[in-house]
Ligand binder design. Structure first.
Ligand SMILES: [Fe+2]
Length: 420
């Protein structure tokens, strides 16, 4: 089974899970509304059903037509709507489920009380002095309902609020250290350290003061070189300025290198690259640079965003023109989908971003990351290998769509080269 087949299976599995979740949510909501005083009018039922089907469609589109490019405005609006819908659906389902659970508990408590009362002796069978029992006060059903719904609501808020609040804090990033073993690595390159941040997405939710802590931390880690594989902005030229204000403070003895990402093309990628060059970032646009590390060469190869009309092979062929194939190499390629192609070209290490580590991660099972992003990419985060080629995918530091991360902290990466 090829990697593409596995990738398609993962996408279909996630789609099935999302569809099952929609059906469960629909059933819960339907039965809830049917129990309402005035029932669930058929036209409401039809309208709600249409809405559920409509909101499940983006998942189907991503699996079967995700490669068809859309205008960025349409894509952003659809993504944000889809995410908000799913978050609301999760909260609503949790709320209805908890409420039903509490309702059952209250009912079983009432049945127990009734059974107890039935077995208790009648007042006339007891002491004669006990003439009359004081009648129990009538149960206030509306108060009970209010307390029950309030408790379920508070549980949702107490679970969901801090969760979203905590995970959306951008200042709590993680520094990930990874050793990468490379065949035929010259002795001088043993222990060479590459720092990396990706997917900065400078824009409404990321300005200079948000990027500065990453820059300080990287400088403090004293890497040999720094890599920035794309998505510097969200979608407007002027967003590059706050990023440059921060990135110009990066320091490494062998320099700072970047490549473009798809979001840089949502604006003018030439303008974005020019501004970055002025800030001291050497942009590798289908070209390479050879570092001299104590007499040993290391090639850094940068590709522009691989997209329709700009296939990997074409960009790579241009980038390695005149480069000695025996020199160990590291490729900056924003999207991580091209491990097979990189392997065919004999790449030693490719570094990518783009996936944001999933941004919203439901769970991690061993190395598998359970996230809706698995619909889009078979490579989510971490190190992957195919023959002699390794691919490292960083979670990046920024966000797209909603400015939140769930169970997926921003990442500063330190890759240390070692001899295999
Ligand atoms: Fe990105």
């Amino acid at each position: 089974m090829s990697h593409g087949d596995i990738f398609l299976l993962v996408r279909i599995a996630v789609l099935i899970a999302v569809t099952v979740f929609h059906v469960v949510a629909w059933k819960l909501l339907g039965s809830e509304l049917s129990r309402r005083k005035n029932g669930f009018p058929p036209r409401w039922r039809g309208g709600m059903g249409m809405l559920f089907i409509l909101m499940a469609l983006p998942g189907v589109w991503i699996v079967f037509a995700g490669d068809i490019p859309l205008p960025s405005g349409v894509l952003t609006t659809a993504t944000v709507t889809y995410m908000i819908w799913n978050v609301l659906l999760v909260l609503m389902t949790l709320f209805l489920f908890l409420r039903r659970l509490m309702h059952r508990r209250l009912l079983s408590g009432a049945v127990e009380r009734d059974q107890r009362q039935e077995t208790e002796p009648l007042p006339s069978e007891r002491q004669p002095a006990e003439q009359q029992r004081v009648p129990a006060p009538a149960v206030d059903e509306s108060r009970r309902t209010f307390l029950r719904e309030g408790a379920a609501g508070l549980t949702i808020i107490s679970l969901g609020g801090p969760l979203i609040g905590a995970v959306s804090r951008d200042d709590e990033f993680e520094v990930v250290h990874k050793s990468v073993r490379i065949r035929n690595l010259p002795k001088q390159l043993e222990g060479f350290r590459l720092a990396m941040i990706s997917d900065i997405h400078s824009g409404p939710f990321m300005d200079t003061s948000d990027i500065d802590p990453y820059v300080s931390r990287i400088n403090g880690l004293k890497p040999d070189a720094i890599l920035l594989p794309g998505d510097f902005i969200q979608n407007r030229n002027e967003e590059i300025e706050p990023a440059c204000d921060a990135l110009q403070k990066l320091r490494a003895p062998y320099g700072v290198y970047g490549s473009t990402g798809n979001h840089d093309y949502f604006a003018d990628a030439d303008y974005v690259s020019k501004e970055l060059e002025l800030a001291g970032v050497r942009m590798l646009r289908n070209e390479h640079a050879v570092l001299d590390v104590g007499g040993a060469p290391l090639a850094l190869i940068g590709l522009d965003d691989v997209r329709s009309g700009h296939p990997f092979d074409t960009l790579f062929r241009q980038a390695v023109k005149g480069l000695d194939a025996r020199i160990p190499n590291v490729v900056l390629c924003h999207k991580p989908y091209y491990l097979e192609e990189a392997s065919e070209w004999g790449v030693d290490l490719m570094v990518s971003g783009h996936t944001h580590g999933g941004q919203i991660v439901i769970a991690r099972v061993f190395d598998a990351v359970i996230t809706p992003a698995a619909l889009i990419s078979g490579y989510i985060e971490g190190l992957y290998k195919l023959d002699r080629t390794q691919l490292y995918v960083t979670r990046g530091i920024g966000t797209v769509g909603l400015p939140i991360r769930v169970n997926c902290p921003p990442e500063v990466t330190i890759l240390t080269l070692q001899r295999a």
